[in-house]
Design a protein. Structure first.
Length: 184
């Protein structure tokens, strides 16, 4: 399922070429702790480019992970942690293995985890946040007994990858409250 498009410009020569990155996200019906992301790009028009390398990491500008995908114009990155932000760049290389400049960085937040912030004081609402992927919608459900669940927030389909913040103002009135995130 296509969840987002990004176009980035990379210039290994003066003429340059563009890399179109297509993100596909494998969302499981239940959160299992890791997900896979498929990235794809347009081939370089420079006839000297014989392969591509995808770099990624969890900090902007720092890419400790490297995948040489050869002549493929797609790559699957697995074991990405839900709720984590990931940064990706792509390079092309020539027959001698010399890499050209990196593409612009692509940032992607992996959906699937509901985070809460400490309350400022006992009267404050519960602050929750979660990452969303384009084309998907989400429900935050709450329960006081872990048996009966009620939807307290339902998003519209996300237009872009990012974070949604939600404040549950009913937390104090209901006492103990449990939350879960449903991905659609």
């Amino acid at each position: 399922m296509i969840v987002g498009f990004f176009q980035k410009l990379v210039s290994p020569k003066a003429t340059g070429y563009s890399i179109l990155v297509l993100l596909l996200l494998s969302l499981c019906p239940l959160a299992h702790g890791s997900q896979s992301l498929v990235l794809g790009w347009n081939p370089d028009t420079d006839p000297g480019t014989v392969g591509y390398v995808l770099y990624y990491g969890n900090a902007s500008g720092s890419y400790p992970n490297r995948i040489d995908v050869g002549t493929n114009t797609t790559a699957t990155v697995s074991s990405l942690k839900e709720g984590q932000t990931n940064y990706f760049v792509i390079t092309g290389y020539n027959i001698a293995g010399v890499e050209g400049p990196r593409s612009s960085e692509i940032v992607y937040n992996i959906p699937g985890v509901l985070l809460n912030s400490p309350k400022a004081n006992p009267a404050s609402p519960m602050n929750l946040k979660f990452a969303v992927a384009p084309g998907h919608y989400y429900e935050v459900q709450a329960s006081t007994d872990l048996k009966a669940w009620a939807t307290v927030l339902q998003t519209t389909p996300a237009a872009a990858n990012g974070w949604v913040n939600y404040q549950d103002t009913q937390t104090n009135a209901l006492g103990r409250r449990f939350y879960r995130l449903i991905l659609h």
